[in-house]
Design a protein. Structure first.
Ligand code: AHR
Length: 515
């Protein structure tokens, strides 16, 4: 049995909700018009996240005694792999951890910092990686920092003084302390979170929407009065479970914060608990729906308000996460999810969805960067790249400029949760005479012959083709084993037309010059 037939058989066995009718000659059409734009693709869509959780920071990016680390304790091999992901914004210190983090504990000589009980994930926090280490890491990476303040067990003053410590030019007790700790110039941290997942009962300091809105408003005022240049991210919905009233949470929070928040944070994790490939790879349909709904809530919150304020969506935690989770996940080796090809396809469809809402989604942070539900997996001797690394890398390095609204005519299928799911899930960016097309073929067993037509331009040469695929949908990578990765090819275009056959269970990026 050849590989693709074998994987189709495998996939159908695991995919009860897939329509089996269309077995031959699946075809699709895509029309591209470089003037039909959705909005500017914010580079911050390719952000990431590090939390004091498991081996993400301690034993991931930071390993002080390792021969693989530099003088700062940063793992050099991990840093190299992170650099290739072109991370545009790095969120820290949590996550749930941020709700019991007191930032002043992480200052001064490392050996003198206080170890504290860490209640989010059940460890002891050494505080050896603090504000200076984080901002030095950000500089080593050449990215932008995003700090999530503690609005759980923390105070207004603590949040305000963190901004002052990092950003103020004045001569104050806080800035003297910063200088004493070795940093003269302010860092100018622009992005600040007003707490994390405050809608979740699991969160330390969880409040009702009204109580959170009031508390966050006072913190926001102090933070903006300390530095008017900061951009604030309000804790929107992470709790979409039955009975959670996620839309009500956002509506109420924005009543308080509509003049102070610059972004509304939303979180979403998905999984294939039912082992239903067709349904799982359609998860971005739900993401799309939530973005549209949250966009409407934001419009309503701003309607009739003075000025021309904008509030964007920061989808600042998202990923596949379902295997390594549960109450027993406490301690050091936790949330160490191993990803397979179907997870990588879901990641590509999430990125497509963010690009397709480039007008409203301006920040997105995959959760998380290393070891903990992450694209990079390390041990004390090295690392390997998980399947989900590859789509993120291709998007982050290539899909820039304007997001284009495509016309896509694709065969469809039905799943347990969704009707009319297109087999081809697409997005496009147009930048400086280059069109980039991202296409996921959600079909587990059939290729789809696709004709692209440029409405207003012509291809001026061959198109580069990058394909993320593997032997079957359950293929995983590991130390010394890379079954899922990017392979490079090229395809000939013919003036306005480009024909391409998308392989089953693949993500493909096509990139070509047009004029
Ligand atoms: O990313 C893992 C955890 O998921 C984060 O700490 C929390 O914000 C979310 O629930």
């Amino acid at each position: 049995m050849n590989l693709s037939r074998r994987s189709f058989a495998l996939s159908l066995a695991a995919a009860p909700s897939l329509l089996r009718a269309q077995q031959d000659n699946l075809r699709a059409r895509v029309k591209i018009d470089t003037e039909r734009t959705i909005g500017d693709i914010d580079p911050k869509l390719y952000g990431n996240f590090i939390e004091h959780l498991g081996r993400c920071i301690d034993g991931g990016i930071f390993e002080e005694k390792s021969p693989l680390s530099d003088a700062n304790g940063f793992r050099k091999d991990v840093l190299d792999a992170v650099k290739k992901l072109n991370v545009t914004l790095l969120r820290w210190p949590g996550g749930n951890f941020s709700s019991n983090y007191h930032w002043a504990d992480g200052l001064g000589p490392r050996d003198q910092r206080p170890p504290r009980l860490e209640m989010a994930w059940g460890t002891v926090e050494s505080n050896r990686f603090g504000t200076h280490e984080f901002l030095n890491y950000v500089e080593a990476l050449g990215t932008e920092p995003y700090i999530c303040a503690n609005l759980g067990t923390g105070t207004w003053t603590e949040a305000q003084q963190w901004v002052e410590y990092c950003n103020s030019k004045e001569d104050t007790a806080m800035t003297r302390l910063r200088r004493q700790n070795g940093r003269q110039a302010p860092w100018k941290v622009t992005y600040w979170g007003l707490g994390n997942e405050m809608d979740g009962p699991w969160q330390m300091g969880h409040r009702s929407a009204e109580d959170y809105g009031k508390f966050a408003l006072e913190a926001a005022k102090l933070m903006k009065w300390t530095d008017p240049g900061v951009k604030l991210i309000a804790a929107g919905s992470s709790n979409f479970g039955p009975g959670s009233d996620w839309t009500g949470w956002n509506r109420t929070v924005l009543q308080f914060l509509n003049q102070h928040a610059d972004y509304l944070s939303l979180h979403m994790y998905v999984g294939n608990q039912a082992n239903d490939f067709g349904d799982f790879v359609a998860s971005s349909v739900e993401l799309d729906h939530r973005i549209k709904t949250a966009g409407g809530i934001i419009d309503a919150a701003l309607s009739g308000q003075p000025g021309n304020r904008k509030i964007y969506i920061a989808w600042d935690e998202w990923n596949v996460w379902y295997r390594a989770r549960g109450n027993q996940e406490r301690g050091r080796r936790i949330l160490e999810e191993h990803y397979n090809l179907e997870d990588a396809l879901v990641v590509a469809t999430f990125l497509n969805t963010f690009v397709n809402h480039a007008d409203i989604v301006k920040i997105a942070n995959m959760a998380q960067l290393v070891n903990v539900i992450a694209p990079i997996f390390s041990n004390d001797r090295g690392l390997f790249l998980q399947t989900i690394y590859y789509p993120l890398q291709l998007f982050a390095n290539n899909t820039r400029g304007k997001a284009l609204e495509l016309f896509v005519d694709s065969p469809k299928y039905k799943t347990r949760r969704f009707d009319d799911v297109p087999y081809l899930d697409c997005s496009a960016g147009y930048d400086n005479g280059t069109v980039v097309l991202n296409v996921v073929n959600r079909h587990p067993g059939q290729a789809i012959e696709t004709e692209f037509e440029l409405e207003d331009k012509q291809f001026t040469g061959p198109v580069s083709v990058s394909v993320v695929n593997g032997p079957d949908i359950k293929s995983e990578n590991d130390f010394g084993k890379t079954l899922v990765k990017t392979t490079e090819q090229s395809a000939a275009a013919d003036g306005k037309k480009l024909r391409y056959r998308f392989l089953p269970h693949s993500y493909t990026m096509l990139k070509g010059k047009v004029s």
